[in-house]
Design a protein around this ligand. Structure first.
Ligand code: 1GP
Length: 283
């Protein structure tokens, strides 16, 4: 929770998470997405701690469309408590880096139902290529008063679903961007910036057979003052390398965390994925 940062005397400005999102100068960074519907909150917290150990710079909580609020809240709370414990333990060890555990927990909602006051921020998204009002603005209008009451920081986000699109493409009634729709990718990025969004998320769908085509990333990248996030179907370090080389500032993975047999397997896989981000930065 925000309390984690307050108790350690760190930055308490409301825009903390947004600043981190927009601070792209340090190279591409990795987000681990935890779907609260897929495991017990304690297991979610263990997985999130492994992700942070490996260098994930944010934890997203969300994904499934029908997860009740209490499950989302229990998962956010378990992750926040685990982060606080690790941070406290590090503060007692002169050789440890306490700030390593100062990682935001960010809601990645499927709608106005999947909210929690235990999160630090929310990707406040417009599904820009949806054909349904509910995903363009309807759920957002329903969710806004809760977000205000919770004091959760909103990250203004344009969300564009690309082929193959998966379940989010179907449920969200999206006109999927195809690999050849490169100028459209740029137009969406421009539109996102003109709306004042800070972040553009190009999504291929969770568990997608293949990730967002690099040409779409490259064209969206040509629009400045917009952090670019890419997710869906990123399974290998090579996938990450291609996305980051094309211009992604942030890469998101979820399925690989759910599919890992145990925490050691997860650690090995995630470390390779995170390292693939910095490999591009330093090459
Ligand atoms: C889904 O982009 C995210 O919204 C993550 O996708 O589960 O395929 O990693 P994966």
């Amino acid at each position: 929770m925000l309390r984690r940062r307050r108790t350690t005397g760190m930055n308490t400005t409301e825009a903390t998470v947004l600043h981190r999102v927009m601070d792209t100068a340090q190279g591409a960074r990795h987000v681990t997405l935890i779907d609260p519907a897929k495991q017990h909150p304690d297991v979610a917290a263990q997985r999130a701690m492994v992700a942070v150990e490996c260098g994930s710079a944010m934890i997203f909580v969300g994904g499934s469309t029908d997860t009740p609020d209490d499950v989302v809240h229990a998962t956010c709370t378990a992750i926040q408590e685990a982060l606080e414990l690790r941070m406290f333990a590090s503060s007692q060890d002169p050789d440890a880096d306490e700030l390593r555990w100062d990682v935001p927990v960010v809601l990645f909602p499927g709608g106005a139902h999947a909210l929690s006051p235990a999160a630090d921020a929310i990707t406040f998204m417009m599904l820009m290529n949806s054909t349904k009002r509910t995903f363009l603005v309807g759920e957002q209008v329903r969710g806004a008063p809760y977000i205000e009451r919770f004091g959760v920081e909103a990250i203004p986000t344009g969300y564009v679903v690309c082929a193959p699109g998966g379940r989010v493409g179907e449920v969200g009634a999206a006109e999927l961007l195809q690999p050849e729709d490169t100028s459209l990718a740029r137009d969406y990025a421009l539109c996102a910036r003109m709306y004042g969004f800070s972040l553009l998320y190009l999504e291929a769908g969770s568990g997608a057979q293949h990730p967002v085509h690099p040409d779409l990333i490259r064209e969206a990248r040509t629009v400045s003052d917009l952090a670019l996030m890419v997710g869906g179907g990123l399974r290998t370090p090579e996938d990450i390398h291609r996305a980051v080389s094309a211009g992604a500032d942030w890469v998101v993975t979820g399925t690989i965390t759910e599919e890992a047999e145990d925490l050691d397997t997860l650690r090995a896989h995630l470390a390779a994925m995170v390292n693939a981000c910095s490999a591009v930065h330093s090459s």
